[in-house]
Write a new protein. Structure first.
Length: 183
C-alpha cells in the first residue's frame, strides 16, 4: 500500500499511458527513469513490458521502502535501482548513460515552473538524449507544460482529473542535412 501523501497513478491512466507509448515506442530493452516514483507502479509496469532497467527516484522514506518491497516481491532487483532523495538533487547529480523514457508524477501542487526547470535539468545533466520520451502527469485543469527547446510535444491526454503531457527529444538542430544539401 502506498504511503499517505502519495497519489498513485490510477490503473486506468497507467494502462492508457502504456497503450499510447506502445503505439509509438518500442518499450523492449529501454532504460526508464521514474521520478516522484511513489509506489514505483509506472517504472515496474515498464519493466513488466520489457524495459531492461528502471531507476526510481523518491524522496519519501516510506514510499522508497514500498518501492523496494514491490521490487523484491516481483523479483526484479537486478533490473532496478532506487535512489532516495529530492528529485531535483538526484537529477542535478547527473548520470553516466541517458535514459530512453522519463516518467514523472510530481505533486499536483508543484508549480509548473519547477516542473519545467526539472525538464531543463534532465537535459543539462545528461539524463536525456535524442529520442528520449518524457511523460509528466499533472492535474487536468492546469495549463499544459512549456517544453524546453529541443522537445517535440505529443498530444496531451486527459483521463478524469489527470492530464499526461508527453514529448520526445528531437535531434540537435544543425546536425540534420536535407537530401539536397548532399554533394
Amino acid at each position: 500500500m502506498p504511503p499517505r501523501g502519495t497519489r498513485p497513478t490510477s490503473d486506468r491512466v497507467r494502462e492508457a499511458l502504456f497503450n499510447v507509448l506502445d503505439a509509438r515506442l518500442d518499450v523492449d530493452r529501454i532504460v526508464v527513469l521514474d521520478l516522484y516514483a511513489g509506489s514505483g507502479a509506472l517504472g515496474l509496469e515498464a519493466i513488466s513490458r520489457g524495459a531492461s532497467r528502471a531507476v526510481f527516484v523518491e524522496q519519501d522514506e516510506r514510499a522508497a521502502r514500498t518501492i523496494s518491497g514491490n521490487i523484491a516481491e516481483l523479483g526484479v532487483g537486478a533490473a532496478t535501482e532506487v535512489r532516495r532523495g529530492p528529485v531535483a538533487t538526484v537529477v542535478a547529480g547527473g548520470v553516466d548513460r541517458a535514459v530512453d523514457l522519463v516518467l514523472a508524477d510530481p505533486p499536483y501542487d508543484l508549480p509548473d515552473s519547477e516542473v519545467e526547470e526539472l525538464l531543463a535539468a534532465l537535459d543539462a545533466r545528461g539524463w536525456t538524449r535524442e529520442g528520449t520520451v518524457a511523460v509528466i502527469e499533472r492535474r487536468a485543469s492546469g495549463r499544459e507544460l512549456t517544453w524546453p527547446s529541443g522537445w517535440s510535444p505529443w498530444p496531451s491526454r486527459r483521463y478524469g482529473d489527470t492530464r499526461l503531457d508527453i514529448a520526445q527529444r528531437e535531434p540537435p538542430t544543425g546536425n540534420l542535412r536535407r537530401n539536397d544539401d548532399r554533394r
